[in-house]
Design a binder for this molecule. Structure first.
Ligand code: CA
Length: 232
Protein backbone atom coordinates (compact mmCIF):
# COMPACT_ATOMS: atom_id res chain seq x y z
CA UNK A 1 0.00 0.00 0.00
CA UNK A 2 1.19 3.51 -0.79
CA UNK A 3 2.98 5.46 1.91
CA UNK A 4 2.03 9.07 2.62
CA UNK A 5 3.94 11.78 4.42
CA UNK A 6 2.03 14.64 6.06
CA UNK A 7 4.08 17.80 6.66
CA UNK A 8 1.79 19.96 8.79
CA UNK A 9 2.44 21.84 12.01
CA UNK A 10 -1.19 22.08 13.08
CA UNK A 11 -1.47 18.90 15.10
CA UNK A 12 -5.27 18.72 14.90
CA UNK A 13 -5.30 18.86 11.11
CA UNK A 14 -2.35 16.47 10.79
CA UNK A 15 -4.03 13.98 13.11
CA UNK A 16 -7.32 14.22 11.24
CA UNK A 17 -5.67 13.56 7.87
CA UNK A 18 -3.57 10.78 9.34
CA UNK A 19 -6.63 8.95 10.70
CA UNK A 20 -8.54 9.31 7.44
CA UNK A 21 -5.63 8.09 5.32
CA UNK A 22 -4.95 5.19 7.66
CA UNK A 23 -8.65 4.32 7.43
CA UNK A 24 -8.23 4.14 3.62
CA UNK A 25 -5.39 1.70 4.12
CA UNK A 26 -2.47 4.01 3.43
CA UNK A 27 0.62 3.93 5.58
CA UNK A 28 1.12 7.37 7.04
CA UNK A 29 4.02 9.30 8.49
CA UNK A 30 3.85 12.84 9.78
CA UNK A 31 6.23 15.60 10.74
CA UNK A 32 5.51 19.09 12.04
CA UNK A 33 8.18 21.35 10.57
CA UNK A 34 9.76 22.11 7.22
CA UNK A 35 13.23 20.84 7.93
CA UNK A 36 11.99 17.42 9.06
CA UNK A 37 9.69 17.49 6.03
CA UNK A 38 12.62 17.75 3.61
CA UNK A 39 14.56 15.01 5.40
CA UNK A 40 11.59 12.64 5.51
CA UNK A 41 10.51 13.35 1.91
CA UNK A 42 14.02 12.66 0.61
CA UNK A 43 14.37 9.45 2.59
CA UNK A 44 12.66 7.69 -0.32
CA UNK A 45 10.17 5.98 1.94
CA UNK A 46 7.12 7.86 0.68
CA UNK A 47 4.97 7.66 -2.44
CA UNK A 48 3.28 11.01 -1.93
CA UNK A 49 3.79 14.13 0.21
CA UNK A 50 1.04 16.35 1.61
CA UNK A 51 2.76 19.64 2.28
CA UNK A 52 1.39 22.59 4.22
CA UNK A 53 2.56 26.04 3.06
CA UNK A 54 2.92 27.80 6.42
CA UNK A 55 5.39 25.78 8.46
CA UNK A 56 8.01 26.52 11.12
CA UNK A 57 11.75 26.18 10.33
CA UNK A 58 11.31 26.18 6.53
CA UNK A 59 8.14 27.24 4.75
CA UNK A 60 6.37 24.84 2.41
CA UNK A 61 7.62 26.52 -0.77
CA UNK A 62 11.22 26.15 0.31
CA UNK A 63 10.56 22.56 1.37
CA UNK A 64 9.10 21.89 -2.09
CA UNK A 65 12.10 23.46 -3.86
CA UNK A 66 14.50 21.34 -1.86
CA UNK A 67 12.51 18.18 -2.55
CA UNK A 68 12.37 18.93 -6.28
CA UNK A 69 16.14 19.31 -6.52
CA UNK A 70 16.42 15.60 -5.80
CA UNK A 71 13.07 13.90 -6.19
CA UNK A 72 9.95 13.80 -8.36
CA UNK A 73 7.80 12.29 -5.62
CA UNK A 74 4.22 13.61 -6.03
CA UNK A 75 3.51 16.62 -3.80
CA UNK A 76 0.08 18.03 -2.97
CA UNK A 77 0.22 21.46 -1.31
CA UNK A 78 -2.23 22.42 1.43
CA UNK A 79 -2.94 26.13 0.99
CA UNK A 80 -5.04 28.71 2.78
CA UNK A 81 -8.25 29.88 1.19
CA UNK A 82 -7.76 32.61 -1.43
CA UNK A 83 -3.99 32.30 -1.35
CA UNK A 84 -3.80 32.37 -5.15
CA UNK A 85 -0.15 33.34 -5.09
CA UNK A 86 0.65 30.28 -2.99
CA UNK A 87 -1.09 28.07 -5.51
CA UNK A 88 0.71 29.59 -8.47
CA UNK A 89 4.07 29.57 -6.69
CA UNK A 90 3.52 25.97 -5.62
CA UNK A 91 2.64 24.78 -9.12
CA UNK A 92 5.60 26.75 -10.46
CA UNK A 93 7.93 25.12 -7.99
CA UNK A 94 6.79 21.68 -9.10
CA UNK A 95 3.81 20.78 -6.93
CA UNK A 96 1.53 18.24 -8.57
CA UNK A 97 -1.63 19.66 -7.10
CA UNK A 98 -2.94 21.77 -4.27
CA UNK A 99 -5.98 21.69 -2.07
CA UNK A 100 -7.49 24.61 -0.21
CA UNK A 101 -8.04 24.37 3.55
CA UNK A 102 -10.56 23.57 4.87
CA UNK A 103 -11.26 20.69 2.48
CA UNK A 104 -13.57 17.72 2.35
CA UNK A 105 -11.62 14.54 2.97
CA UNK A 106 -13.24 12.91 -0.10
CA UNK A 107 -11.71 15.62 -2.26
CA UNK A 108 -8.28 15.09 -0.76
CA UNK A 109 -8.58 11.33 -1.29
CA UNK A 110 -9.61 11.87 -4.92
CA UNK A 111 -6.61 14.09 -5.54
CA UNK A 112 -4.28 11.61 -3.88
CA UNK A 113 -5.56 8.84 -6.15
CA UNK A 114 -5.02 11.05 -9.21
CA UNK A 115 -1.50 12.03 -8.17
CA UNK A 116 -0.53 8.40 -7.53
CA UNK A 117 -2.06 7.29 -10.83
CA UNK A 118 -0.23 10.03 -12.71
CA UNK A 119 3.03 8.90 -11.14
CA UNK A 120 2.36 5.38 -12.42
CA UNK A 121 1.53 6.68 -15.90
CA UNK A 122 4.72 8.72 -16.07
CA UNK A 123 6.68 5.68 -14.97
CA UNK A 124 5.07 3.56 -17.71
CA UNK A 125 5.73 6.19 -20.37
CA UNK A 126 9.31 6.55 -19.20
CA UNK A 127 9.96 2.82 -19.57
CA UNK A 128 12.70 2.21 -22.16
CA UNK A 129 10.68 -0.53 -23.89
CA UNK A 130 9.04 2.14 -26.11
CA UNK A 131 11.24 2.35 -29.22
CA UNK A 132 9.34 4.74 -31.50
CA UNK A 133 9.21 8.35 -30.53
CA UNK A 134 5.96 10.21 -30.68
CA UNK A 135 6.91 13.82 -31.40
CA UNK A 136 4.47 16.65 -32.05
CA UNK A 137 5.76 19.70 -33.97
CA UNK A 138 4.08 23.05 -34.55
CA UNK A 139 5.61 26.45 -35.31
CA UNK A 140 9.11 25.38 -34.37
CA UNK A 141 7.98 23.91 -31.06
CA UNK A 142 8.49 20.18 -30.70
CA UNK A 143 7.05 18.07 -27.93
CA UNK A 144 8.43 14.60 -27.38
CA UNK A 145 5.75 12.61 -25.62
CA UNK A 146 7.94 9.71 -24.53
CA UNK A 147 10.86 11.82 -23.41
CA UNK A 148 8.53 14.32 -21.77
CA UNK A 149 10.59 17.03 -23.40
CA UNK A 150 9.74 20.28 -25.16
CA UNK A 151 12.21 22.00 -27.46
CA UNK A 152 12.22 25.31 -29.24
CA UNK A 153 15.11 25.70 -31.68
CA UNK A 154 17.84 23.82 -29.82
CA UNK A 155 16.72 24.78 -26.34
CA UNK A 156 14.97 22.45 -23.95
CA UNK A 157 12.09 24.34 -22.35
CA UNK A 158 11.66 23.43 -18.69
CA UNK A 159 7.97 22.81 -17.99
CA UNK A 160 6.17 21.47 -14.96
CA UNK A 161 4.14 18.27 -15.46
CA UNK A 162 0.88 20.17 -15.67
CA UNK A 163 2.21 22.75 -18.11
CA UNK A 164 3.46 19.89 -20.26
CA UNK A 165 0.07 18.15 -20.18
CA UNK A 166 -1.78 21.33 -21.16
CA UNK A 167 0.63 22.00 -24.04
CA UNK A 168 0.45 18.37 -25.17
CA UNK A 169 -3.33 18.47 -25.15
CA UNK A 170 -3.38 21.66 -27.26
CA UNK A 171 -0.79 20.32 -29.70
CA UNK A 172 -2.56 16.97 -30.09
CA UNK A 173 -5.80 18.80 -30.77
CA UNK A 174 -4.34 21.46 -33.05
CA UNK A 175 -6.91 23.75 -34.68
CA UNK A 176 -9.54 22.62 -32.16
CA UNK A 177 -10.59 25.15 -29.54
CA UNK A 178 -10.31 23.53 -26.13
CA UNK A 179 -12.42 24.79 -23.24
CA UNK A 180 -10.82 25.39 -19.85
CA UNK A 181 -12.92 22.56 -18.42
CA UNK A 182 -11.78 20.14 -21.10
CA UNK A 183 -8.14 21.16 -20.69
CA UNK A 184 -8.43 20.82 -16.94
CA UNK A 185 -9.98 17.39 -17.06
CA UNK A 186 -7.51 16.10 -19.67
CA UNK A 187 -4.44 17.70 -18.13
CA UNK A 188 -5.41 16.81 -14.59
CA UNK A 189 -6.91 13.41 -15.34
CA UNK A 190 -10.23 13.85 -13.62
CA UNK A 191 -13.31 16.03 -13.62
CA UNK A 192 -12.05 19.32 -12.37
CA UNK A 193 -14.68 20.93 -10.17
CA UNK A 194 -14.43 24.69 -10.38
CA UNK A 195 -11.15 26.57 -10.20
CA UNK A 196 -10.50 26.17 -13.94
CA UNK A 197 -8.68 29.49 -13.61
CA UNK A 198 -5.61 27.37 -12.88
CA UNK A 199 -5.67 26.62 -16.61
CA UNK A 200 -5.24 30.35 -17.24
CA UNK A 201 -2.21 30.22 -14.96
CA UNK A 202 -0.69 27.33 -16.91
CA UNK A 203 -1.36 29.14 -20.18
CA UNK A 204 0.30 32.28 -18.80
CA UNK A 205 3.35 30.24 -17.82
CA UNK A 206 3.51 28.52 -21.20
CA UNK A 207 3.31 31.87 -22.97
CA UNK A 208 6.06 33.36 -20.88
CA UNK A 209 8.28 30.30 -21.37
CA UNK A 210 7.61 29.84 -25.10
CA UNK A 211 5.69 32.65 -26.87
CA UNK A 212 7.40 35.56 -25.14
CA UNK A 213 10.85 34.07 -24.93
CA UNK A 214 11.02 32.93 -28.56
CA UNK A 215 8.76 35.47 -30.22
CA UNK A 216 6.24 32.85 -31.34
CA UNK A 217 2.48 33.23 -31.37
CA UNK A 218 1.70 29.70 -30.27
CA UNK A 219 -1.36 29.73 -28.05
CA UNK A 220 -4.40 31.76 -29.06
CA UNK A 221 -7.14 32.78 -26.62
CA UNK A 222 -10.67 32.36 -27.92
CA UNK A 223 -12.58 34.76 -25.75
CA UNK A 224 -15.31 33.14 -23.71
CA UNK A 225 -14.45 29.68 -25.02
CA UNK A 226 -10.91 28.59 -24.29
CA UNK A 227 -7.58 28.13 -26.05
CA UNK A 228 -6.28 26.80 -29.35
CA UNK A 229 -3.01 26.21 -31.15
CA UNK A 230 -3.56 26.94 -34.82
CA UNK A 231 -1.37 25.74 -37.61
CA UNK A 232 -0.51 28.43 -40.13
CA1 CA B 1 0.64 25.52 9.03
Amino acid sequence: MARMLIVEDEEKIARFIELELAHEGYEVGKVGDGRSGVDAALSGDYDLILLDVLLPELNGMEVLRRIRRESDVPVIMLTARDAVMDKVAGLDAGADDYITKPFAIEELLARIRVALKRKETIREVAAPSEPDHHVLCIKGVSLDVERHEVRVKDDIVELTNREFEVLKCLMENRNVVMSRERLASIACGYDFIGETNVIDVYIRHLRSKIDDRYGIKLITTVRGVGYVIRED
